[in-house]
Write a protein that binds this ligand. Structure first.
Ligand SMILES: C[S@@+](CC[C@H](N)C(=O)[O-])C[C@H]1O[C@@H](n2cnc3c(N)ncnc32)[C@H](O)[C@@H]1O
Length: 259
């Protein structure tokens, strides 16, 4: 586990996602090792390309696997607007269809951000992510943190809902929740371990960013930059990491020994 140095912060990204971009940037640098090599990236549930298009703008080849036709239409438009149509491939499919639409072990980096909370079988999906990842490649996973959901409800005085969330093994509120589950660091890393991937880094995303009123972040000049610094400084540190709104995990697929 590494602390993220402030100098490596992606200053162009919103404080909310600066931590994720910082981890992805380090992974890209590690892969390219100064050669400028292009990564083959797969973004599962990549939506309208919030990550995919900026990665293509950095020169990488990105395939977005996404079931929503509307999201894919927005992705194509966003890629066209950014002038990276030739580096973005849109594939309409669910996560569990990855083995049918993506060549095994063909990606240097596989993203699955804010998706595992809404699908039927996250274990199957993680197996599919691992299958698409090349040996030595990395999988980047971002999920909702149930501890943050409990805290969020309690801090707004919704104690009954907070207790329901705390008691439910999936960290959801029956009937009203938009998600099927939330995760905790321990349950997520255990799930990843069962797929054969090896967790290398865990960070909290949105340690306080979602708790403070927007007005506080906008009130003073430089407040956004200070919030970004705070998020980057606390993202890897327990207990801050484990109360963040989301958990980001980078796992690696081991290289198999030659027979
Ligand atoms: C909250 S959005 C996240 C979009 C993008 N990954 C991001 O971080 O900006 C969730 C995305 O997952 C997609 N999705 C839903 N069910 C899915 C499934 N079974 N397999 C793959 N993607 C799915 C949705 O269509 C949506 O685009």
């Amino acid at each position: 586990m590494v602390d993220i140095p402030k100098e490596s912060a992606e200053k162009t990204h919103h404080p909310r996602v600066a931590v994720v971009w910082s981890v992805l940037s380090s992974e890209i640098e590690r892969f390219a090792a100064g050669t400028g090599a292009r990564l083959r990236i797969i973004d599962v549930g990549g939506g309208s390309g919030g990550f995919a298009v900026p990665l293509a703008e950095l020169g990488h080849d990105v395939t977005v696997v996404e079931p929503s036709a509307n999201a894919l239409a927005s992705l194509r438009q966003r890629a066209a607007d950014a002038g990276v149509t030739d580096r973005v491939t849109a594939v309409q499919a669910d996560a569990d269809e990855i083995p049918e639409v993506i060549e095994p072990e063909s990606a240097d980096l596989v993203l699955c951000h804010s998706v595992l909370e809404m699908i039927d079988d996250p274990e199957l999906a993680i197996e599919a992510l691992a299958g698409a990842c090349a040996q030595g490649g990395a999988v980047s996973i971002l999920v909702a943190n149930r501890i943050a959901a409990v805290l969020g409800k309690a801090l707004t005085g919704q104690f009954t809902t907070a207790l329901d969330l705390l008691a439910d093994v999936d960290g959801i509120v029956d009937g009203t929740d938009t998600l099927k589950r939330r995760f905790e660091t321990a349950t997520l890393t255990a799930l990843i371990g069962r797929s054969g991937l090896v967790t290398e880094q865990v960070h909290g995303v949105g340690v306080v960013g979602d708790l403070i009123p927007a007005s506080a972040a906008e009130a003073e000049a430089g407040a956004e930059e200070e919030l970004r610094e705070f998020e980057l400084a606390t993202a890897a540190r327990i207990p801050f990491r484990d109360i963040a709104t989301q958990i980001h995990l980078l796992a690696r697929k081991p290289v198999r020994a030659q027979a």
